[in-house]
Design a protein around this ligand. Structure first.
Ligand code: G3P
Length: 217
């Protein structure tokens, strides 16, 4: 499973890039707002840091507007993925932009039917939002499994990009189901390394080591 980082925080992206953990980046208007940066400037910096796909989201509501904004965002760098919402207008924009040879990420997906339409429209990525379904007591991971099954049934090439990931468990569950990509905030990717038994075991090893009075260096 590829790891995308869901942030526009340059320092956080750089730290994960140095560890080889970043296959791409996703942003959205909320993350750009949080960064306090100009969308084009910060997105360019991200594209320079990360060779993989970097999603930048359109904000128009009509297809023509999304297409125009998408073409403008695509000028930032060759690895830009244009993000459009899963509306009828977004599907139209997806079709046009993919036919122009651009990568398109169709976002705000909350149902298998929406994912089916995005694949028919030629989306490069579909972004089902796990956490926001969980918030409504609907198991977001079931949606990932449903989309996996549907895409496999018909050999759709659209990649499943599990989004709205809130916990380390979401990452491993998405990987078990076979999501192609998961995008997560840096804090979640770091949390994947934590285990209480690792901390406990390390503590005991260090206590025992101190008893030996030895040194390695
Ligand atoms: O990738 C989409 C993501 O940014 C949404 O996450 O936590 O706001 O639902 P969240």
């Amino acid at each position: 499973m590829k790891f995308f980082v869901d942030t526009a925080d340059i320092a956080a992206i750089r730290e994960l890039v140095d560890l080889g953990m970043v296959d791409g980046v996703t942003t959205n208007p909320s993350l750009i707002m949080k960064s306090g940066r100009d969308i084009k400037e910060v997105t360019k910096e991200i594209c320079d840091l990360v060779p993989g796909p970097v999603s930048a989201e359109t904000v128009a509501l009509d297809a023509e507007g999304m297409i125009a904004e998408g073409r403008e965002l695509a000028k930032i760098a060759p690895n830009i993925t244009i993000k459009v919402p899963l509306t009828w207008a977004g599907l139209k924009a997806c079709k046009v932009l993919t036919e122009e040879g651009r990568m398109v990420n169709v976002t705000l997906c909350f149902s298998a039917n929406q994912a089916l339409l995005a694949a028919k429209a030629g989306a490069t990525f579909i972004s089902p939002f796990i956490g926001r379904l969980d918030d409504l007591n609907i198991d977001g991971m079931d949606l990932i499994a449903d989309i996996r099954q549907i895409y496999d049934n018909y050999e759709f090439k659209t990649q499943i990009l599990a989004a709205s990931i809130r916990t380390a468990n979401h990452m491993s569950e998405a990987a078990k189901i076979g999501a192609d990509v998961a995008t997560a905030p840096p804090s979640v990717i770091k949390a994947m390394a934590s285990h209480a038994l690792t901390d406990k075991g390390l503590d005991q090893f260090l206590k025992d080591w101190a008893e030996t009075g030895q040194k390695i260096l």
